[in-house]
Unconditional design. Structure first.
Length: 588
């Protein structure tokens, strides 16, 4: 556990320095005046910029010691160039810490230990074993390999988060498994919330401070099993490298940056938030495709820049967004032969390593059928590889709804109720204010439209609630905050801050026994051991050997393929070596 915490310190220093470099580049490119940027935003900026650089590097080379040396040198370069600015920012952060309630930082230190203990638990997540860990291992040992999805269609999934995980997995050290970036990101978001809790305690009582203090409370307690009626996340989301956590937290940060535009003194075109939102939106699409509805916010901001005749800025920021997406899309093409996976409809390329269309259709159908009900719709009749899932909503909705637990039904109906309330309010205000209503509430209208679009995408493509938390949970907390703010805004804000601290204390009590037991056994131990699944060697192609595993490849030696798909996909080498990639045996 201590090794994990030390790795977080190192990663945080690196990500902060590189994030600072990236932030200053954006500032210089668009001639912006920026001050007092939150630490968490700069650290996440570092993740963004690093994931882009790693995506580019992985197209040509594996992500190993050399990539880590390059990252370290880039961080040192940032320090040398912006030494004065960095010290000034650190002094501001130190002053904030000194003025903050000591109780909030005590809670933060406690959660550092909690998340380190959770990160130390071996992952038993099926998606991690079947997809995430193998893809990270491939990046670390080979970089991008053509036709990799021919070994397992799930290898067609491509996320820039895996590149970041491969970089900070420190595989070249051979001292254990580091797959704990999700927990570190959790801590960054917790710092973001704690700062605003301190503002509440100091009496700041605007709506956004209320919201930023409340939004993270539902995800603080995590259950230790695989199902719970009240808690939202299992610890399994933080014991593996899933992209569900970063895309969810990333979208929350985008929404906050967007809502902040209403409180900024400067115009949208002069705010750093505007440019970060557009860049974040492009990046989050490369983390997971369910971030696509953020294009609504991006279009609004680009339209605002165009309206203000900032044509050069529009061209540059659009180019930056496309530059972030380009290496991710190239990697997807090289991995499976499709521009976007798993969408067989976007079938424009004919390359020899291309995954069969039927395999892509099956994967796409599996996402929907698993989210609705794998027992009812998981058979070959529905999760077919020939046609797209087309069961009518009236038929599958009652089955889907019957499988939801208590908290998910609360989120579902709260989303509907909040939307009806907002629409009703908008209709009333339009009749009173007419055009003035749209000009003064544009940010909130675009925000709600984006949330609703994300909810529709979630509901019809993969209505598993954890896929939709980026939209649904944030939306529900937005509605709850409006309710709380309406009744409490005339009271001293510190009362709400004290209530939130009491809630965090209760969450700490919930974790206390787990932390005490786990720390006593694992505190001074190194990183978790790497678990290798059982496998058998079989002759493969051109004198090579492949490792056949029962289900998920996990951390099996490469090349590896699950036995249940190996005989169906019939992969073969494209050339004389693994680096040249794989294809189906039917392709010459």
């Amino acid at each position: 556990m201590l090794t994990i915490i030390l790795s977080w310190v190192y990663i945080t220093v690196i990500s902060f320095l590189i994030g600072f470099l990236f932030t200053q580049l954006v500032r210089r490119i668009f001639s912006l005046k920026i001050t007092n940027i939150h630490f968490s935003i700069i650290a996440i900026n570092g993740f963004l910029f690093l994931s882009f650089l790693i995506a580019v590097c992985s197209l040509f080379y594996k992500i190993d010691l050399l990539a880590n040396v390059f990252t370290l040198l880039l961080a040192v370069l940032s320090y040398i160039i912006y030494k004065k600015n960095i010290y000034q920012a650190l002094r501001e952060y130190l002053n904030e810490i000194k003025s903050a309630s000591k109780l909030t930082w005590l809670f933060f230190v406690f959660f550092v230990v909690v998340m380190a203990a959770i990160s130390y638990i071996p992952s038993s997540n099926a998606d991690d074993i079947g997809c995430f860990s193998p893809l990270i291992k491939w990046i670390q040992e080979y970089g991008t390999v053509k036709g990799l999805a021919n070994l397992d269609p799930r290898f067609g999934y491509n996320s820039s988060w895996f590149g970041l995980q491969s970089l900070f997995g420190f595989a070249f050290l051979n001292i254990g498994l580091f797959n704990d970036l999700n927990s570190l990101l959790f801590l960054y978001m917790l710092i973001y919330a704690l700062k605003n809790i301190n503002l509440l305690l100091q009496g700041q009582s605007d709506f956004l401070t209320y919201f930023k203090s409340l939004f993270f409370l539902p995800v603080l307690p995590m259950y230790f099993g695989f199902e719970h009626d009240m808690m939202l996340y299992s610890i399994q989301f933080f014991t593996n490298s899933t992209y569900d956590i970063p895309v969810t937290y990333g979208m929350w940060m985008v929404f906050f940056l967007f809502l902040e535009l209403n409180t900024k003194k400067e115009k949208y075109i002069d705010s750093l938030n505007t440019y970060l939102i557009i860049i974040y939106s492009a990046w989050l699409v490369t983390v997971k495709l369910n971030a696509v509805p953020l294009i609504i916010i991006t279009t609004f901001l680009l339209g605002t820049l165009m309206y203000n005749r900032k044509y050069k800025h529009v061209a540059i920021i659009t180019g930056m967004g496309l530059a972030i997406i380009a290496p991710w899309m190239f990697k997807t093409v090289l991995s499976c032969g499709y521009l976007i996976f798993p969408f067989e409809e976007i079938n424009l390329l004919d390359v020899d390593w291309k995954l069969s269309e039927r395999a892509v259709v099956f994967i796409e159908n599996s996402i929907t059928t698993w989210a609705i009900d794998p027992e009812k719709y998981g058979s070959r009749e529905f999760a077919t590889d020939r046609v797209h899932f087309s069961v009518p909503l009236s038929e599958w909705f009652p089955i889907w709804y019957g499988r939801q637990n208590y908290i998910n039904t609360i989120i579902f109906f709260s989303t509907i109720a909040i939307t009806i309330a907002f629409i009703s309010f908008a209709v009333i205000q339009v009749t009173r204010q007419r055009r003035h209503f749209f000009s003064t509430n544009g940010i909130y209208q675009v925000f709600i439209l984006t949330i609703i679009a994300g909810a529709f995408l979630w509901f019809f493509k993969g209505p598993l609630f954890r896929y939709g938390y980026g939209y649904l949970l944030f939306y529900c907390m937005f509605g709850l905050t409006m309710f709380v703010y309406y009744f409490l805004k005339d009271f001293h804000a510190a009362y709400l801050g004290i209530f939130i601290l009491a809630y965090i204390f209760y969450t700490g009590v919930y974790y206390a026994d787990f932390v005490q037991t786990y720390c006593s056994e694992h505190l001074i131990k190194g990183a978790p051991g790497i678990t290798v699944p059982a496998y058998k060697k079989e002759p493969f192609d051109k004198g090579t050997v492949i490792h056949i595993v029962e289900s998920g490849c996990g951390n099996a030696p490469l090349p590896a393929s699950p036995g249940f798909v190996y005989t169906i996909l019939r992969p073969a080498l494209r050339g004389k070596s693994i680096k040249e990639g794989f294809r189906h045996r039917s392709r010459l």
